[in-house]
Write a protein that binds this ligand. Sequence first.
Ligand code: FES
Ligand code: FES
Length: 161
Amino acid sequence: MTKVTLTVNGKSMSGEAEGRTLLASFLRDTLGLTGTHIGCDTSQCGACVVHLDGKAVKSCTLLAMDADGGTVTTIEGMANADGSLNTIQQAFQDHHGLQCGFCTPGMVMSASALLAENPKPTESEIRHYLEGNICRCTGYHNIVKAVLAASGQDANVMAAE
Ligand code: FES
Ligand code: FES
């Protein structure tokens, strides 16, 4: 076992990890941050997306020990300081961008990374960026609307589903 220390959502957190422990499992099972979901652990679904050193990553594709010393933001770190939903989370709620919610943490983390890179993405850019995130409830239309709204654009420009 190796000690892994990360700055997670602004706090230093440490735990022991085996050489094979995935970052996603370390966050959930060792640090207790179960908002990061594991839908496949084969890098297909995007439910496990977190930000590592400012970049969106699928945390099931990285070993915890390889992230040692890094700065991680998970869905638990996305709310505003007063605990209210941030702009992206609120837009998902307002535009019904979630059904069962399983994919939602990864969608929000990916959407946040997109908006940091491209503050006013087009519908097609949003769809392209979120290609690595699967919604098994197939609520893509409203997810894209939510991301458009979170970027301050009129979500009603999208054609009806
Ligand atoms: S759990 Fe990581 S991509 Fe599915
Ligand atoms: S809301 Fe159910 S998987 Fe996306």
